[in-house]
Design a binder for this molecule. Structure first.
Ligand SMILES: Nc1ncnc2c1ncn2[C@@H]1O[C@H](COP(=O)(O)OP(=O)(O)OP(=O)(O)O)[C@@H](O)[C@H]1O
Ligand SMILES: [Mg+2]
Length: 419
């Protein structure tokens, strides 16, 4: 039998620790190896025992659960922390997540909830070594034998903005289409699982969705993937969001990394359109991406939120170059110039997409990408086409050695819950 998942229980109330222990005592794949009654003890025991999963109370005397979380994440990053809180402590949850917790449970929890969360965070923990490529080297016809060398490692770009309605879907869809136009095998994923707009923007009928892949995420094969992704007339493939918002719940953070690592073997570029709310799923998409295109405009709210996001990216341990600043709806007449934005955020601007309301609206209304047909000569079409070229160049200039280093680094990232 595989090794058991080693658990540390942290709670200042001995009864709670005992209750939790009892809930787990008949689970054959877990073992409670230690208990701690406060934050200091938790840190000490985490360092000593290096548990796989730590069940952490928030409210404790001395160093509380959040403080302990922060220190353990730094000192023992392999330990995955699940916060146990009572409903009234929900305000702390976000802080706990930022401190490195992977998941949370509301007390009192059932044995089923507890064991499911433990297995989930354990199974989705970052692996120390890069994931070994599995069965295929790219799209194949049934019956062909996978050739050993030349394993494809597609590039993953997430398009994100902490503020909604700023142009993420417009940019993600057009970037994917523009890459496909350049004969790159490209997949766009609608990562905004509840209310995604990729299907609408690309004028595609969502007959299948990501939900059709996640059940078999651990043994995805090219045939299954091809039967689920939909083909856009540009050549780009699309993995759409489910049509009913409640179905989004079927996709959990633990699906994201295995899904992407397998899709990387099939596509040269994977573009992920993400929702603005920093939910565990959004964080998982951003974490797994090689690059995050952070979309901002020259407005003060956007600038403030972009600045916060850069801070968060730092806390998450993203290397500086992972997040690319993209200015959308650029307008030379605005009080805050593009240079002001770049200076304030202390980041270079990767690309500037001009404000081009009539074109963008026409494209959305007609379900036609800006980067194909007549619209591509419009200012936004030119910029979005250039963006695709820059993306291609970006990955070209990374020397193979450096790239491998980055990959290794990325596998040890994931500072927030689940992925
Ligand atoms: N370059 C641009 N110039 C003018 N208007 C633009 C530009 N880019 C996007 N827009 C407008 O912004 C609106 C929002 O675009 P889009 O849906 O792509 O944003 P989003 O960030 O994905 O929004 P959501 O948060 O709803 O997912 C659209 O109505 C579009 O017309
Ligand atoms: Mg959108």
């Amino acid at each position: 039998m595989a090794d058991k998942i080693r658990i540390l229980i942290v709670d200042d109330l001995p009864e709670t620790r005992e209750n939790v222990r009892k809930l787990l005592q008949f689970e054959s794949d877990v073992e409670v190896i230690a208990q701690a009654g406060n934050g200091e003890q938790a840190i000490e025991m985490a360092k000593k025992h290096v548990p796989d999963v730590i069940l952490m109370d928030i409210n404790m005397p001395g160093i509380d659960g959040i403080g302990a979380c922060q220190r353990i994440t730094q000192a023992v990053p392999v330990s995955q922390i699940i916060i146990m809180s009572v409903q009234s402590e929900s305000d702390y949850l976000r802080r706990a997540m930022l401190a490195g917790a992977r998941d949370f449970l509301t007390k009192p929890m059932s044995g089923e909830e507890l064991i499911t969360a433990i297995r989930r965070v354990y199974n989705s923990r970052p692996k120390v070594s890069p994931i070994a490529p599995q069965s295929f080297t790219g799209p194949q016809t049934p019956g062909t034998v996978a050739a050993a060398p030349q394993i494809r490692q597609g590039k993953v770009i997430a398009v994100y903005s902490p503020k909604g309605g700023i142009g993420c879907t417009t940019i993600a869809t057009n970037l994917a289409v523009a890459l496909a136009q350049q004969d790159k095998e490209t997949l766009i994923i609608d990562g905004s699982l509840q209310f995604g707009d990729v299907a609408v923007m690309l004028n595609m009928r969502p007959t299948t969705s990501i939900v059709d892949l996640i059940e078999r995420v651990s043994d995805l094969d090219p045939d299954l993937v091809s039967s689920v992704v939909l083909k856009h007339k540009s050549g780009a493939k699309a993995l759409l969001a489910p049509t009913r918002p409640e179905m989004a719940e079927l996709v959990t953070t633990e699906h994201i990394e295995p899904l992407i690592s397998r899709l990387r073997l099939m596509y040269e570029y994977i573009i992920i359109d993400t929702a603005s709310a920093l939910t565990p799923i959004t964080l998982a998409w951003l974490d797994t991406a090689d690059k995050v295109c952070l979309i901002a405009n020259q407005g003060l709210p956007s600038l403030t939120n972009a600045s916060r996001y850069f801070d968060l990216a730092g806390q998450l341990g993203y290397e500086m170059g992972k997040v690319l600043l993209v200015i959308n709806e650029a307008n030379p007449k605005r009080g805050i110039s593009i240079k002001d934005v770049s200076d304030t955020l202390k980041r270079p601007v990767f690309i500037t997409i001009p404000t081009d309301g009539p074109t963008v609206e026409m494209a959305i209304d007609q379900g036609v990408p800006i980067v194909i047909g007549n619209l591509q000569r419009r200012p936004s079409g030119v910029a979005l086409t250039e963006m695709a070229e820059k993306v291609i160049d970006l990955f070209k200039v990374v020397a193979p050695k450096e790239e491998a280093k980055d990959d290794k680094k990325r596998s040890g990232l994931s500072r927030l819950f689940g992925r």
